[in-house]
Design a protein around this ligand. Structure first.
Ligand code: NAP
Length: 230
């Protein structure tokens, strides 16, 4: 299968992001930009993925890095079709909201919320030039308000806020034909997950949202291609 579209996956040097990049390149024939804050690790991942994947230095918590990365995409490709905001940090099962290290929470927010927000802003003009433009925010059931309870406070609340960003950007970008959704990959065996299902399974639902047809849903929260409660 071939597809001329260009996709950027953030945090794609390992874990779910690398597998999403692999599936988009191998199974859908997309040109995939492997976002990595360490360019060397990005090159290694891109080489392993093959199928024309290219490394791109991108630390989503660093505005200068975000600006440079999207300037580079514009210069080389002139547009972007798919943005997968996958980079995420600090599944803080050890933290309680009433006794949290707020500096640590702010660092988590810098990557988990303000990172995707910054890349969305930077990507906007390029996505408007793109074809069947999509944004996927890789979220988590830990951010769902339905059934919310204590614990995993910084991470959970950062993902709740990311889901709100999904709803707002989806509503604002709908008239421009840009589809935006949140996806929970489930519990996945990565460095962050520390156990769970294979990364190939976790990545599938993210890829599904990245290649949705034009009449696909926007402004939703999904796991395994099925809507879940916010
Ligand atoms: P992971 O194995 O820990 O990988 C995280 C990736 O994000 C790495 O490539 C890391 O790069 C990158 N990253 C971290 N901070 C970054 C930054 N500031 N800028 C750019 N890249 C950055 O985690 P994962 O399990 O693959 O998680 C991927 C996404 O799925 C996250 O958003 C996570 O919250 C979500 N999720 C995971 C699970 C699960 O069970 N694994 C469940 C629900 C949701 P470095 O190598 O440079 O650190």
């Amino acid at each position: 299968m071939t597809d001329q579209r260009i996709a950027l996956v953030t945090g794609a040097n390992r874990g779910i992001g690398k597998e999403v990049a692999r599936q988009l390149a191998r199974d859908h024939g997309l040109t995939v930009l492997v976002g990595s804050r360490d360019l060397g690790k990005g090159h290694s991942a891109a080489q392993e993925i093959g199928h024309g994947a290219e490394a791109l230095q991108l630390d989503v918590s660093d505005q200068a890095s975000v600006t440079a990365a999207f300037t580079n995409i514009e210069a080389v490709h002139g547009r972007l079709d798919i943005l997968v905001n996958n980079a995420g940090v600090d599944y803080d099962t050890d933290q309680r909201a009433y006794a949290v290290d707020l500096d640590r929470v702010q660092r988590a927010f810098a990557t988990n919320l303000f990172g995707p927000w910054a890349t969305t802003i930077a990507a906007g003009p390029l996505l408007e030039k793109g074809q069947h433009a999509r944004i996927v925010n890789v979220s988590s059931g830990a951010g769902a308000l339905t059934g919310i309870s204590g614990g995993t406070s910084g991470y959970g609340i950062s993902k709740t806020a990311l889901n709100a960003l999904t709803i707002k950007t989806a509503a604002e970008l709908k008239p421009r034909g840009i589809v935006v959704n949140s996806v929970c990959p489930g519990w996945v065996a990565t460095d962050m997950g520390g156990g769970g299902r294979p990364v190939t399974e976790g990545a599938k639902g993210v890829v599904w949202a990245a290649v949705l047809p034009d009449d696909g849903p926007t402004g939703g929260f999904f796991r395994d291609a099925r809507a879940i409660d916010w």
